[in-house]
Design a protein around this ligand. Structure first.
Ligand code: UDP
Ligand code: MG
Length: 316
């Protein structure tokens, strides 16, 4: 099979038949063998009955329905587990992404040798309150992930080599960082294609402004996991040592001050009145905590089934 199209959706009943017709038209025109995987993320409107209805007419349609709304990432992950095509395309269900882009995305994976091609909505039809924070967000994501050529990490329209989606796990809200996940899994050939974007025709966006707060927190988590995921002691041990050093210097200072004051017959210098005394206490306690966190981290890693999973590129 050439192409699997994975479509996560949550309450998008008005868009579905238009989307399905459009996809079918493009696939037929290009002679692709394909499947469409609708992942209904717990819709409460008529989305799923609409899909059932569409599936009766088109045998290329597969669908799965969550029992409640889990989120876009779990929906994508589930679609990825099901996908059988050589190239896997993800797109949103709200008609903002155009199926006309699929043939070129397919070609870029197949012929140009990309592992992942991400859409770039250069001209966006979203409100300013969304496009400006998005620019900032993408700049940070580029910096942190080291994927310098991507303008639009969170574009719903993306294409993947099948092997990529089988080797990454999208959970929580991590769909914003799939290129970063792919890079970490060893798929470094990441490309970009400018795509047409349309204003949402029906329904409304499912994400509020909290997306940016959560987005940044998730980016922090991913960065941490990438750098110290299997060696937490390297960061916590360092922080702990720095704290101990500060504590040690503070103790030394306070002792010297005391000795100096005794020698100069100034008996009114009390240790507990010195700022260095408190600094030494706080620094030592924090240092100890960093070390313990590091040790606990190492114990957790030791028990993780993932700790020795490597993606083998070649073998003789
Ligand atoms: N979506 C989903 N589960 C959710 C929220 C969104 O499957 O909990 C789907 C939604 O139906 C759409 C896609 O994810 O197909 C992108 O959502 P939306 O268009 O609301 O995001 P935006 O375009 O505003 O970034
Ligand atoms: Mg949308």
């Amino acid at each position: 099979m050439d192409i699997s199209i994975v479509i996560p959706l949550y309450n998008e009943e008005e868009s579905l038949s238009e989307l399905e017709e459009w996809i079918e038209r493009v696939m037929k025109a290009n002679g692709f063998s394909y499947e469409v995987i609708f992942v209904d993320d717990g819709s409460t409107d008529g989305s799923y009955s609409k899909i059932k209805h569409l599936a009766e007419k088109n045998p290329a349609i597969r669908a799965i329905r969550f029992s409640r709304n889990y989120g876009k990432s779990p929906a994508l992950n589930t679609g990825f587990r099901m996908a059988q095509g050589d190239v896997v395309i993800t797109m949103d269900a709200d008609l903002q992404d155009s199926p006309d882009e699929i043939p070129e995305l397919y070609r870029m994976i197949k012929e140009d040798g990309y592992d992942l091609v991400s859409g770039w909505k250069k001209k966006r039809y979203d409100p300013l309150s969304k496009t400006i924070p998005t620019k900032l967000f993408n700049a940070t994501a580029r910096k942190v992930s080291g994927i310098k050529n991507l303008h639009d990490f969170n574009c719903g329209l993306k294409a993947y080599r099948n092997q990529v989606v089988k080797n990454i796990e999208v959970y929580g809200d991590m769909h914003r960082y799939i290129p970063y996940l792919a890079k970490n899994a060893g798929f470094g050939r990441i490309g970009e294609k400018e795509v047409k974007h349309q204003a949402r025709k029906y329904g409304h966006t499912k994400f509020g402004l909290d997306r940016f707060v959560n987005g940044y927190l998730d980016l922090g988590t991913l960065w941490f996991q990438t750098k110290f995921g299997v060696k937490p002691m390297h960061i916590f041990g360092l922080l702990g040592s720095v704290m101990f050093l500060i504590g040690f210097l503070a103790v030394l200072t306070v002792i010297i001050l005391k000795i100096v004051s005794v020698c100069s017959h100034d008996y009114y210098f009390y240790l507990t009145k010195s700022v260095y005394f408190y600094l030494s206490l706080a620094a030592m306690i924090m240092g100890l905590q960093f070390f313990l966190t590091g040790f606990i981290g190492e114990l957790i890693i030791r028990n993780s089934s993932e700790r020795n999973n490597y993606l083998i590129a070649e073998e003789i």
